[in-house]
Every structure is written in structure tokens, then in C-alpha cells.
Design a protein around this ligand. Sequence first.
Ligand code: ADP
Ligand code: MG
Length: 618
Amino acid sequence: RSSAEKFEFQAEVSRLMDIIINSLYSNKDIFLRELISNASDALDKIRFLSLTDKEVLGEGDDAKLEIQIKLDKENKILSIRDRGIGMTKEDLIKNLGTIAKSGTSAFVEKMQTGGDLNLIGQFGVGFYSVYLVADYVEVISKHNDDKQYVWESKADGAFAISEDIWNEPLGRGTEIRLHLREEAGEYLEESKLKELVKRYSEFINFPIYIWATKEVDVEVPADEDESGEEETTESNPSEEEEVDEEEGEKKPKTKTIKEKTSEWEVLNDVKAIWLRSPKEVTDEEYTKFYRSLSKDFSEEKPLAWSHFSAEGDVEFKAVLYVPPKAPHDLYESYYNSNKSNLKLYVRRVFISDEFDELLPKYLNFLKGLVDSDTLPLNVSREMLQQHSSLKTIKKKLIRKALDMIRRIAEEDPDESNDKEKTDVEGSDKDEKKGQYTKFWNEFGKSIKLGIIEDAGNRNRLAKLLRFESTKSDGKLASLDQYISRMKSGQKDIFYLTGTSKEQLEKSPFLERLKRKNYEVIFFTDPVDEYLMQYLMEYEDKKFQNVSKEGVKLGKDSKEKELKESYKDLSKWWKDTLATENVDSVKVSNRLDQSPCVVVTSKYGWSANMERIMQSQTL
Ligand code: ADP
Ligand code: MG
């Protein structure tokens, strides 16, 4: 359109579009669920606004919160339309092309190293998946605060926006028109689209319609002219008479013909899964619901879920999930972002997915949904954020979340010390096998951050802690296992911190402990140093860093004698090293092979902590 205003895509967006266009990725289906998910988001937004201002919805068809899919086979156009919030001109510029979202570069990076296009929605750039199937896309949008505009792009680095003087007024909402590529013809088949909606968008909370064409049998009067024509083509007059006679007997003169009619056909069942009884929901349904909630459409299933309701003063229903994988930026943005992954609904109405009052930061890796009956509907988000019942909800959610995680461990045969239990075979067992290790590798750090941040649940979280140790044999061990293996008379839980297990295994601090058969925990993550400043004890046992002073291994009979005879040497050492370098020089029984070792004081930083602090200031 010549009158259009032209814009260039942000470089990153342009690169992303190139990747998508040139992708040989076979699963092009994903574009549809991304568009439906955007339509659903837009509907959520207008419904939320309507809680405080009914007017925004308009009247008649405009007030119908729905999604419509239409096919135009002749022109090879697939359109998806919603009556959501719509986009102003400024929104179109901002949302579809110019301001690169943080997700764009992260996703481009992922895709260049063989990432999965399936995860596009998780990176907040799902819209651009339209270019998997279309070479030209029009976005027609009408927001209450602006005129109707058309955004269009052939994915050639630029897009254009013009006031819409060509199309029918939308009232409110957005219509995305995909001009399908030659090889994407299958998306003009109703059956294909129906299948896709069933598969990927089953749990969208608004009705999705398709303009479906049906062939129906219709009785129509037999056509006089037609038989007249037949008469003239007939060459044998006697036969002609016979036909006439027969038809004369078959009254009334009607015939059945096939006729095509079209009507809106609804494709999904909008009954919310969380309102159903957990007994009635199948594992497959929970998995599918997880996928639509999290936009994680990888093959992997969630590691666990918990579906429950709370009654009493504060009523709500919730479904929580532990994803199979941590999102790409889980710890990157840990201290700067408050984004929780729970969606908050109030009486079935979506309110927000940016409520940081629902879960503490360290549980941000969970996905799910909370639907509250207690919270007020017609107040602003800010006011809701202050509502007193949120505290109660949060407390319950944490408790349920930690229970759910504990269950992953309990059901995992690899976790059990109990030989009998481990030997039981069965498909369920197979499925649960190794799940906790998987959990730990993805989210272990979150548990550690929880121990640091959540004093009230510290013990519960400590139970979930896993580590390698001098006795764990390459596997992960828990504190409970450690305690069950403690030597008689051993009072403290021993640990050592460092950069790797390999490095720690060579440590002189271990020599004697190992020889005497004490178990020592290896902590090799930088966060472990902080962790151990908060985790002082577990089940009445204190933690002792074996590179610090205070390691007690029972009395050595010759200790006093040795101290006496090495008194002069100790003094010489101390004077030679000078007080600014060492506090004291002591004879000790903690070594076996090495002649001496540098120990840090009880309340000072460990050598490993010094190393971490140094690397942070550099
Ligand atoms: P995400 O949905 O994760 O934000 P997308 O790339 O799918 O990322 O969409 C980008 C943005 O474009 C959305 O955040 C939204 O603001 C806007 N948008 C896309 N589709 C619609 C729509 N149908 N109605 C209103 N806004 C939309
Ligand atoms: Mg989206």
C-alpha cells in the first residue's frame, strides 16, 4: 500500500525472521497455537478491563469473547480473529517489530546452536512463527483508543502500517491474515486445523470457532427445464414416452442434491481443568494443560504436578507443575526480576501472571495457576497485590510445592536406600526412575536459594538437598542418608567446599577423615558457600567445614606429647610467617600424608569463599 508508513524491524527481530523463514523445521504447525495463544491473551486483557469498566466490551458481537478461524481456499488465506483488546498504532509498532524483546536475542542465540523452534512461545516471540507458513502477513487491529490499522510485512526486513480504509470494521480486536506459502496448502484444510486446535489449544478458556463448510442433503423440486433438456437430447421417441410415464407415477416431483453450507463450529470445550475433580482428570490431560500453560511444547512431560483446593477463610483452587527443564533465564534474572510463573485467576477470570506475591522467588521455576474465590474482582491489580488473603495463599502454595517436590524423591526408586523397594519392577517405577536427579540437576540451585531465603521452611528444604560426598559413589546423597551413615560418636556433619569434586578429592583436609572412614560432603557450586552460612544445622547436627578450625575426630593419646615436642618449631613457623599472615600455628591430628595445611578460622571466610569473592570483584 503506497500510503503506508514504513518501518524497519529491529536487527534482532529481522534475524529471527530470517531463521524462521529459512528453517527446514518440519513441525510448522506451531504457528497456529501461538496465534491462538495471543488471541486468548488479548481476550484476557479486555475481560480484565471490563471488570472495572463494563463499557469497554461494547455491545452485540463485540461483547462476545471468542476466537474465529476462517479459510479462504481460493486466495490461500488463513485468518484468525479475536475480539480481544486489539492494538493501537503505537502497539503495532512496538509489539510487532521495533522494540526488540529480551527474548529475541536469547532465542536467536538458541536457534543458532540447534535450539528447538517448538519453544518459541517461551521466549516471547511466538508471533513471528507465522512466517513458517506465510510469506505475507497482515495484522488488522482495532483498539478502543484508536482507529483501525493494518500492519503488513513480507518478512523482508521491513513492515508497514496504514490506517485501514479497505477492510470491514472489526469493532474491536485483531485479525491476522496469513497469505500461505505454496507448500503450506495443508493449512487450508478444515480437518487439519481442527486437529491442531484439538491437539494444542484444547485448554484455551475462550471458545474457538471455525467457519466450517458442510455438505448437506437438500430436497429440491425436480427441475422441469432439466427434464425438458433431456427430452431434446433423447434420440429414441418411444423410450422418451416410457420415462415420462414412470416419472408421472413418482409423486411429488423432488430430488435430493448435495449442497454446501457454512456455519461456525466450536472446536474446544472451555470447562476449566482446575475446576474439575482431580480424580476425573487424566495424566494426559494434566500434561496437555501443562503444555498450554507453560508454552513448553517439547516432548518431555512435567516432573510432577499438584492439583488441590483450599477451603475456609481463604478459598482457592490451584494446579502446580514442576517443569521438565529450567527456562533459559531462570537464574540470569533471579535478582532483578520478580516474575512468577503462576497465573492468577479470580473466579475464573484471568487477572495477571505477574503477581510476585504468590510464590517466593526461589520457587519461580514452578508453573501453574491459582483461581481464588476470596479475592475481590473489581479492584485494581495494585489493590489486589495488597490483599491480606494473598499471604495465606502463598503459605499454602509453598507447602504444597515442597510436598510435591518431596514426592518426586519418594517415588524415585533410585533415591531409596531400601533394597526391597528398589527391586520392585514395573512401568510406573521405570517412569519415576532417576526423576529426582533430573529435578536436582535442573532446579537444585533454587532449593539452595530457598534455604538461604526462607528461614521458615529451611528444614523442609534441607531435606530436599542433594550432594556428592566421599561416600556417595558418583550418585547424589541426601542429608538423611548422610546421617544414617554417620560413625558412632560423630557429632558434626563434615563438608568441604571447592571448585570441583576432582579438586576436592585431592585435598589434604580429607586424608585423615577418609582413612578414618568419615563421610565428607563436597560442595562445588559458588552458591554453596552462601548456603552454608545459613544452613547451620540439620536434625540437631552442626555443619563443620573441614578446611576450617574446629574439626573434632576424637582425642589422640599422643597429642599433648606431640604438641610439647614441636613447640619450638611451631613458634619458629609463626615468627617466620608473621602475624599479618597467620593467626596461629598448631600441631594437629587432622593430616595423614601431607606435612602441613593452611586452615581458616572458624568465623572467617574459607579459602574457597576468598576465591569466589576475588573473582566477583575482578
Ligand atoms: P508474547 O505473546 O509472548 O508476548 P508474541 O510474539 O506472541 O509474544 O506477541 C507479541 C506481542 O504482540 C504480544 O505481547 C501482544 O502485545 C501483541 N499481540 C500479538 N497478537 C495479538 C492479538 N491478537 N491481540 C492483541 N495483541 C497482540
Ligand atoms: Mg504469544
